[in-house]
Design a protein around this ligand. Structure first.
Ligand SMILES: Cc1cc2nc3c(=O)[nH]c(=O)nc-3n(C[C@H](O)[C@H](O)[C@H](O)COP(=O)(O)O)c2cc1C
Ligand code: SF4
Ligand code: SF4
Length: 268
């Protein structure tokens, strides 16, 4: 199961799920629940003993994206099902997103026995963690999944305790970007703009996780924008962009400060 605006969470979660399935029951197919669209988040899911869910979300402001909390808390229930929480992050840090996701899944009734944080190209940028997850990341994902399958095979699920992950159990406040003077940058109301080249193909309206881009006029953004980057990165003509000064300042600062290669973290 995953939420994935720009596709990096989808890539890692799918590979981990396929590899764990192969390790536990060779030849068994996985079932994919993609809850990126608003309609998918209207469906509820019940999992029971014998089910294993690799559950992935991106890190937003160091946490689980807050728009997903009602769905994760109320839309999903589990009774002794295993979970493998996975977060993605865009080369800065995953802060408390993994521990928060794990706590949410425990609240649903899952037993999280293995967890991981992987790096994905930052939704705001084409430079920051460009092209990730890359081949090396995918190898790490496979190694992690093979080890997770071995752990799951050899453990007693009823006695399993949540795997220890990094982060603070009482999660810290959302990460706040700051300007040159150290004042907080608030980009919550910022929305993408659409260039004249738009041919109204409607792809951006289809992929917006908030359903905020009307099909009748995809140049508009009428609802909430969570800056997920889906409409920007999935527009075939690259004509959706963010031009807001504060947004661009934050993006350039991230590109400069976090140019080094961050590595995935796995917990077993
Ligand atoms: C609103 C927003 C906030 C983000 N905050 C962080 C962050 O705090 N730390 C970080 O390293 N990456 C951050 N990112 C980057 C995403 O975690 C990263 O791009 C992730 O790979 C996106 O997953 P997706 O491709 O499945 O949508 C943020 C992205 C967005 C859109
Ligand atoms: S995806 Fe791009 S070209 Fe297509 S409707 Fe949206 S902005 Fe226009
Ligand atoms: S309008 Fe905002 S929320 Fe919708 S796809 Fe674009 S960036 Fe994401």
């Amino acid at each position: 199961m995953y939420f994935s605006g720009t596709g990096t969470t989808e890539k890692i979660v799918t590979r981990i799920a396929e590899t764990i399935a192969e390790g536990l029951t060779p030849g068994k197919d996985i079932t994919v629940f993609d809850f990126t669209s608003p309609s998918a988040r209207k469906m509820t899911h019940d999992f029971g003993e014998g089910d294993l869910v690799v559950f992935g979300v991106p890190t937003y402001a160091g946490r689980v994206p807050n728009v997903l909390l009602p769905y994760i808390k109320d839309g999903i229930r589990a009774d002794n099902a295993i979970a493998v929480p996975v977060v993605m992050f865009g080369n800065r840090d995953f802060d408390d997103s993994l521990i928060e996701l794990e706590e949410l899944l425990v609240g649903d009734g899952f037993k999280p026995v293995a967890a991981a944080a992987f790096v994905g190209e930052h939704a705001f940028s084409y430079k920051l963690a460009a092209g990730r997850p890359d081949e090396l990341d995918m190898k790490t994902a496979v190694r992690f999944a093979v080890d997770a399958a071995v752990k799951i095979k050899t453990m007693s699920i009823t006695e399993a305790v949540p795997v220890r992950v990094s982060g603070q159990p009482l999660v810290r406040p959302y990460y706040t970007p700051r300007d040159r003077n150290g004042d907080p940058i608030d980009i919550r109301k910022v929305k993408p703009v659409t260039g004249d080249e738009c041919d109204r193909c409607g792809i951006c309206a289809e992929v917006c996780p908030m359903g905020s881009i009307p099909k009748s006029d995809p140049s508009r953004c009428d609802g909430i924008c969570i800056k997920c980057g889906a409409c920007v990165k999935k527009c075939p003509l690259r004509c959706k962009t963010f031009t807001d000064e504060k947004y661009l300042y934050h993006m350039h600062e991230l590109e400069e400060m976090y140019a080094r290669r961050a590595e995935p973290a796995t917990f077993l």
